[in-house]
Design a protein. Structure first.
Length: 496
């Protein structure tokens, strides 16, 4: 590994640590906020805001244009490029805001809920002000200063939660939830101008520099939304709303390793791959070490989630949610492999291989639709889970193979030496749970801590033993230990 490779890898790993830390903290804050607000508001209040949010989430997802990523991957962005990016972001925010506002009253009429319209209008305003954020803060990601981005996110989040709880305590109204959403975004915009000195102007002189990349991003985002929604659409068409609920909850539980670990990683990985592209150095070692390090966490997490799905669902949601168990058991085993393809897709976006990303995503959508249509009628929710799992595995495998080819890596020569200890330890963990009667079966929820302790103990012991026997080589185990050590001493994670 060259000195430049090592530097980019270390910065990427440190950035990933900050982003994962933010995800953990915001989840904790969100949980504490929810536990407080549920005692002050009615369930219908949460349902109203969730219904209104569905409009903005869908419209924003389909209108994603990746302006920030376009600036990050540019070799030498000028003030004119920053101003163009800011202007395009403002225009997107305006268009999205108008589109959401236009859906307010028709949506309220469709659902027979007159309170919905003003809530949707408030979210439309939030979408607009989101586009006003200072484009200069893109430099936080571009320069690997993720700790500054962490501060930019954290304080508005805390203040908005305090405001929401205060309004809920005083007025017991669903507007407390809206106030939290709007204030969080407004404060983030305000703090972006206090934390970075750049003052953008409205001009579009460099729009050609960003137009092509942004157009491809829009297509990829749209396909991603379609891929994530087609399951529930087809299940709802072939079955009923209750089955959609079982599937949605099961899938959400199964994808926790992705949402909590892999998704934050790809944010930092994009910056690392873009830096490698700008400096014209190979990104192979960065891809390899990031994938191998994250697999140490995601593979056992996915297998473990699958093994204890039955007692976990019963404990968390009650006995009436048993139909979600096979969804978790099947999808978890596929989801834990997404680290390989998601980091590969991030590489394609950072290096501008947009056609490759579109082709893989489109193929995944077509395959998933075909399998869902084929398997739902005879197998129900189990068939839907199998279809989703096969689609995930095929998509991730293709993305990983393409990524390794572009990086001149070999699965046998480069990836397997980094992964074999993790694979053996994960297999032993699954076998021990199965043999002890604590995996892929129904057992009392009171035994769940014992199952977790057994699985974690077997995995960690065997992984450490194999690494020690192999001579403690540089690789994912050393990288994760280094990140943990740096996190304990509060100096930010670094790669070994």
């Amino acid at each position: 590994m060259t000195e430049t490779d090592a530097s980019i890898l270390a910065k990427t790993a440190r950035g990933a640590g900050w982003v994962v830390a933010w995800r953990m903290i915001t989840r904790t804050l969100g949980l504490l906020s929810t536990l407080t607000l549920v005692r002050l508001l009615e369930p219908s209040d949460f349902g109203l805001v969730a219904l209104a949010s569905s409009f903005s989430v869908a419209i924003e997802a389909f209108s994603w244009i990746g302006i920030e990523e376009g600036v990050i991957r540019h070799k030498a962005p000028t003030p004119a490029l920053y101003d163009t990016a800011f202007t395009l972001t403002v225009l997107r925010g305006l268009i999205v805001g108008v589109a959401i506002a236009a859906a307010a009253y028709p949506g309220a009429a469709f659902f027979g809920e007159p309170r919905l319209a003003p809530v949707v209008l408030a979210l439309a305003f939030t979408a607009f002000i989101e586009g006003l954020i200072n484009v200069g803060t893109v430099e936080f990601r571009r320069d690997f200063s993720f700790q500054k981005e962490f501060r930019l996110w954290l304080l508005p989040r805390i203040l908005s939660i305090v405001l929401a709880i205060s309004i809920a305590a005083l007025y017991r109204s669903y507007w407390a939830l809206i106030a939290g959403i709007v204030s969080n975004q407004g404060l983030r915009v305000l703090f972006s101008y206090t934390m970075h000195p750049y003052r953008p102007r409205l001009r579009l002189v460099e729009w050609r520099q960003l137009a092509g990349y942004s157009a491809w991003n829009s297509v990829i985002a749209g396909l991603g939304v379609l891929r994530s929604r087609v399951d529930t659409i087809l299940i709802g068409r072939a079955m009923n709303a209750g089955d959609v609920g079982f599937y949605s909850v099961g899938y959400e539980i199964a994808e926790l390793p992705v949402s909590e670990l892999i998704a934050p990683l790809t944010r930092a990985a994009f910056t690392g791959f873009a830096a490698a592209q700008r400096e014209e150095v190979a990104a192979g070692q960065t891809w390899l070490r990031l994938v191998a390090a994250m697999a140490l966490l995601t593979l056992p997490a996915g297998v473990g989630m699958s093994a204890v799905a039955a007692p976990l669902i019963g404990l968390a949601f009650g006995p009436g949610w048993g139909q979600a168990v096979p969804v978790v058991q099947i999808v978890s085993l596929a989801i834990c492999l997404t680290v390989f393809g998601m980091v590969g897709q991030t590489l394609f976006l950072a290096h501008g291989h947009m056609r490759t990303s579109v082709s893989i995503t489109l193929g995944s959508v077509v395959l998933r639709v075909a399998l869902l249509i084929l398997l739902i009628p005879p197998l129900g929710l189990t068939g839907a889970a199998i279809a989703a799992a096969v689609g995930i595995v095929v998509e991730q495998a293709i993305a990983a193979v393409y990524a390794m080819r572009r990086l001149h890596l070999s699965p046998a020569r480069d990836l397997l030496p980094q992964m074999w200890r993790c694979l053996l330890a994960t297999g032993a963990m699954g076998a021990s749970l199965w043999g002890a009667g604590l995996g892929w079966t129904v057992f009392p929820a009171a035994w769940l801590p014992a199952a977790v302790a057994l699985g974690a103990g077997v995995y960690l012991f065997l992984l450490a033993a194999l690494w020690w026997i192999a001579g403690r080589p540089a690789g994912p185990e050393a990288d994760v230990l280094a990140m943990l050590r740096q996190a304990v001493f509060r100096r930010g994670p670094r790669a070994a």
